[in-house]
Design a binder for this molecule. Structure first.
Ligand SMILES: *Cc1c(COP(=O)(O)O)cnc(C)c1O
Length: 353
């Protein structure tokens, strides 16, 4: 830290992204990317005119992408803002709506406390129950913004829309932010409720189910006034927050939704097969509505398992946080990736006996 650093910088402990190794090839099951490439039209656009267009600034309104998303979700352009990854939407939402403080689960996306600290907002964590289930009645009085990942990460567990609606109704004077990064893998989206409640903001991403983690595109859906607040921050930060290539890729991805629906179905099938195989190996596996599984084995510590897999060329994600230190989060890859990973797990567990 320099001697010039502000109080804010001094106090921050930044988010630690999962490893993105550049040194060797791993079977990469650690950051919940799609194992499948973007759809054909997206690849054509990126290889063609969009690249030449980079001489020009992108459309600051992001009209094409917002209209495509609005049509997909049955809302209007004014109900959608698009951001540089959903992380940027979350960042803006914390800044815009977290003044009274923020409340979120103890076990959830590790970026939430960082955003709260960045904006010097008080935050409170609400423990998940013993079985890692989330109960909306634990979220207290209507005195803070509430942030819930649904499905949650890294547990993978999901709440029905009715529970989200109860939470939104119980906090009419604060924003309830639902982070739906994984909703396309079997969750129930709260987007339809945004038409009914002016305090509900739903955030989604192109990074997981739409194979565009590297393009950095996310979005938020909510009532017009909430979206206008986020747009104020977007225009106060970087009106060109999404580059031309990513705008073009994301807009085509929305039009090619059936391709991604097929890939999501495949990933859910692979997930169920992997869940059974892990259970067969003696793992406890939480129920998942996402593109990952969260699992622990009674005979081997989480950190150790992570390390043994890494030495054998498979990356998974381990969190050293107390309640979950015995678990690993395993992204669903191709059936071939999963077979390789499961073969190695069998070997590792066998050696322990
Ligand atoms: C991956 C993830 C995000 C961020 O995704 P972006 O790549 O920034 O769109 C947000 N929330 C959760 C819960 C995630 O797992």
């Amino acid at each position: 830290m320099s001697r010039f650093a502000s109080e804010t910088v001094r106090a921050l402990s930044p988010y630690e992204p999962g490893e993105q190794p550049q040194d060797r090839r791993y079977i990469k099951l650690n950051t919940n990317e799609s194992p499948y490439p973007p759809s054909p039209g997206v690849l054509r656009c990126l290889n063609g005119d969009a690249a030449a267009g980079c001489r020009l600034y992108p459309d600051p309104v992001c009209a094409g992408l917002r209209d495509a998303l609005a049509a997909q979700y049955g809302v209007r352009r004014e109900n959608v803002t698009v951001t540089n990854g959903s992380d940027e939407a979350l960042n803006f939402a914390f800044l815009a709506f977290g003044e009274d403080g923020v409340r979120f689960p103890d076990i959830t996306y590790g970026f939430y406390p960082v955003f709260a600290e960045l904006h010097r907002e008080k935050y409170q964590t609400v423990p998940l129950r013993e079985d890692f289930s989330l109960h909306v009645e634990d979220y207290g009085a209507d005195d803070a913004m509430i942030v819930i990942a649904n499905p949650n990460a890294p547990t993978g567990m999901a709440l029905p829309r009715s529970a989200i609606e109860a939470l939104v109704q119980a906090h009419p004077n604060h924003v309830v932010l639902i982070d739906e990064a994984y909703v396309d893998f079997g969750g129930e989206s709260a987007v339809p409720l945004t038409q009914k409640y002016d305090n509900l903001l739903v955030v989604q991403t192109f990074s997981k189910s739409r194979s565009l983690a590297g393009a950095r595109v996310g979005y938020a859906i909510g009532c017009e006034a909430l979206i206008r607040d986020l747009e104020t921050l977007r225009y106060s930060t970087n009106p060109y927050n999404i580059n031309r290539l990513s705008l073009c890729a994301a807009e085509i991805a929305v039009r090619e939704q059936p391709y991604y629906d097929d890939r999501c179905r495949q990933i859910c099938e692979t997930r169920e097969a992997a869940r059974q195989a892990l259970t067969g190996l003696g793992f406890e596996v939480l129920s998942s509505r996402t593109n990952f599984l969260f699992a622990r084995h009674p005979a081997i510590a989480g950190q150790r398992l992570y390390q043994e897999l890494k030495e054998r060329g498979v990356l998974v994600r381990h969190f050293s946080q107390p309640r979950i230190a015995d678990f690993n989060r395993i992204t669903i890859g191709t059936p071939e990736d999963m077979a390789a990973m499961l073969g190695l797990l069998e070997e590792i567990i066998h050696e322990k006996r």
